[in-house]
Design a protein around this ligand. Structure first.
Ligand code: COA
Ligand code: AMP
Length: 630
């Protein structure tokens, strides 16, 4: 039996001992009564009766230890040409003072604070300050539009929003303040306080009595202490795309999360206290929550917070500069970042000027890792490249190659094997277990390991309906794939409307809702078509209302703008075609899957239930005229 097999088996056979032991590495204000409550509804809960503070474990514990002067955060921002190193001691002071600011504005345990910020240290400080007070944070990615922010305000009902005057994208400044004002204006839930970090690139137009300046507030506040919270209390809510325009508020608890984060650093990433860990993502995504902020700090690592892109800031050598300059040991990013680098620098010439001896491993996640990208990275960097599979819902890897336990043989295209605590099964639509090699719905047997979502904010029924009802006793991942004879997992596609654009999770259903709101649109479908750089791109197929005779180009332009304004630039919705009708089944279901296959030039079969087969010829032609295979 391999070391991995042994550890995995322990986690499944005796989860209480396994995770109970892992939890001993943290500081608990009160020890748990039970490691696992298997009868909790709707899902089992971890560390019931325990009290903990995540910020204490991530910051104070290290600040007051021999690593207090070690860098906790290295901020590296090629877009502003600035860098900053914050030690654990300094981080403790800044977080405690900002917690004081939040407290002065009335924030207390269980309240919500929305954080809408670019990649600056204050984003992490705000998250940790919330955790310090037991306040639940909800970070909203900066690439979302005001409307999306408003939806989250109405769902999370925060008392305070923390933001900044602007974000910086290559070639343009994204002014956050007008977006923030518009979102507050649009939301039905009224937010009475916002705290803004003024950046020198753009001043913010402050509203007297509602908007407060971060720097002034921080200077004038008293440090606030850590507040112990129940292990099962929420640490944060992170919204993610589902099938409709209403995003799902994934809840993360404090205790289980801290335990899984800490465990994963050594065992999956082979990273120890003192090592420099860099997740090149954004704090607005789950990767940013878990591996820019919480896990590396819980472990006592130095985390790199990078405000830039893999290419263009200034060139495809950007990652190599950061790695060599800050002695990064472990890099984590999305395959799309490597595809972008490879496209601009296929021979890896930009690597040569830098000494990358410090770099021990590259981890990729967020979307399927195509073998070409994996081989390119491995060839150019000469280090292990690990594809691992997870979701916002789980908070950490469901499947990975656990380098810290033992490196397993790599099969390109597979994220390797299930991580401890995850009993992964492949089920047919009827709920039968599929044999090795056969595709099916990927599910996880309950209980899921610590850190996985215990629910959706304010909507337990949606949690049950979306994830738990389809196969009682199992969590439905929404991914389809198979397990091979060696128990390696192969994640092939989503079973819902979610598409993955540059590692960003987006809902085509949500885009359809936005397009349908346009007065000229009778009906529409948005499909995710294959894209060499971003993995997938959304493509709109639109049917106009009878009698609309405006220039089609003009309508398409308006629709592109509409998605950008209502969802945000991150949706990357730039292409749409007008067609006479949509292909449907006899019961009226749009045949999106068939259109995707046609667009991608894949083999497809005429669906037996199609209403009128002739429509597919029209679709073929329309897709060809848009530049797709047809
Ligand atoms: N604030 C405001 N706008 C943002 C934003 C932010 N934080 N992040 C992205 N956007 C905008 C971009 O500027 C772009 O706008 P545009 O249409 O005006 O050009 C749009 O949203 C789409 O962004 P993106 O999909 O990131 O494409 P890109 O062309 O700017 O960059 C990559 C492509 C591959 C370089 C980029 O996607 C990347 O670095 N990916 C790394 C992977 C990653 O971070 N994944 C997250 C999960 S791990
Ligand atoms: P997110 O919640 O944004 O992290 O997106 C999660 C989804 O991204 C998963 O359900 C998968 O569809 C996809 N995904 C993430 N990582 C991988 C991977 N390594 N291989 C295949 N798909 C992945």
């Amino acid at each position: 039996m391999s070391k991995y097999d042994e550890i995995y088996r322990q986690s499944i056979d005796d989860p209480e001992t396994f995770w109970g032991n892992a939890a001993e590495d943290l500081h608990w204000h009160k020890k748990w009564d039970r490691v696992l409550d298997p009868d909790a509804k709707p899902v089992p809960r971890w560390f019931v009766g325990g009290e903990i503070n995540t910020c204490y474990n991530a910051v104070d514990r290290h600040a007051d230890s021999p690593i207090g002067d070690q860098a906790a955060i290295i901020y590296d921002s090629p877009v502003t040409d600035s860098k900053q190193v914050i030690s654990y001691k300094e981080l403790q002071q800044r977080v405690a003072r900002f917690a004081g600011v939040l407290k002065n504005h009335g924030a207390k345990k269980g309240d919500r604070v929305i954080i809408y910020m670019p990649m600056i240290p204050e984003a992490a400080i705000a998250m940790l300050a919330c955790a310090r007070l037991g306040v639940i944070h909800s970070v909203v990615f900066g690439g979302f539009a005001a409307n999306e922010l408003a939806t989250r305000i109405d769902d999370a009902k925060p008392d305070i929003i923390v933001s900044a005057s602007c974000g910086i994208e290559p070639g343009r400044i994204v002014e956050y303040k007008p977006l923030l004002d518009e979102a507050i204006e649009r939301a039905r839930h009224k937010v009475g306080c916002s705290i803004l970090k003024a950046r020198k690139q753009t001043p913010a137009n402050m509203i007297e009595g509602r908007d407060f300046d971060w720097d002034q507030e921080e200077q004038n506040s008293e440090p606030a202490d850590c507040v112990p919270v129940a292990a099962t209390d929420p640490l944060y809510i992170l919204y993610t795309s589902g099938t409709t325009g209403q995003p799902k508020g994934i809840i993360r608890d404090n205790g289980g999360h801290a335990v899984a984060m800490l465990w994963s650093m050594k065992n999956i990433y082979d990273t120890n206290a003192g090592d420099v860990y860099w997740a090149a993502s954004d704090v607005g995504w789950v990767v940013g929550h878990s591996y820019i902020v919480y896990a590396p700090l819980l472990k006592g690592c130095t985390t790199v917070l990078y405000e830039g892109k893999p290419v263009g800031t200034p060139d495809p050598g950007a990652f190599w500069r950061v790695i060599s300059e800050h002695k990064v040991k472990t890099l984590f990013t999305a395959p799309t970042a490597f595809r972008a680098i490879k496209k601009e620098d296929p021979n890896g010439d930009y690597i040569h000027p830098y000494n990358l001896d410090c770099l021990q491993a590259l981890f990729l996640a967020g979307e399927r890792c195509d073998p070409d990208t994996l081989f390119w990275a491995r060839d150019k960097l000469d280090i292990p490249v690990v594809d691992h599979w997870w979701q916002t819902e789980t908070g950490w890897a469901i499947a990975a190659n656990p380098l810290g336990i033992e490196p397993l043989p790599v099969k390109a295209g597979s994220p390797t094997v299930a991580m401890p605590g995850y009993e992964v099964r492949i089920l047919s639509d009827e709920g039968e277990e599929m044999p090795a090699g056969a595709m099916g719905n990927i599910v996880i047997k309950l209980p899921m390991p610590p850190a996985c979502l215990p629910g959706l904010w304010g909507n337990e029924q949606r949690f049950i309906d979306t994830y738990l009802s389809r196969y009682p006793g199992y969590y439905l991942t929404g991914d389809a794939g198979y397990q091979d004879d060696d128990d390696y997992l192969w994640i092939m596609s989503r079973t819902d409307d979610v598409i993955n654009v540059a590692g960003h999770r987006l809902s085509t259903g949500q885009m359809e809702e936005v397009l349908s709101g346009h007065p000229d649109i009778a009906e529409c479908a948005v499909i995710g078509v294959a894209d060499e750089l971003k993995g997938q791109l959304p493509l709109g197929l639109l049917v106009l209302k009878a009698g609309v005779d405006r220039a089609q180009q003009e309508i398409v332009h308006e629709l592109v703008q509409r998605v950008r304004e209502q969802i945000g630039p991150v949706a990357a919705f730039k292409q749409a075609g007008i067609i006479a009708r949509l292909p449907k089944t006899r019961s009226g279901k749009i045949l999106r899957g068939t259109m995707v296959k046609i667009a991608n030039g894949e083999d497809w079969n005429m669906p037996a239930t199609i209403d009128d087969p002739a429509i597919l010829d029209e679709i073929n032609e329309a897709l060809k005229s848009l530049g797709y295979a047809g």
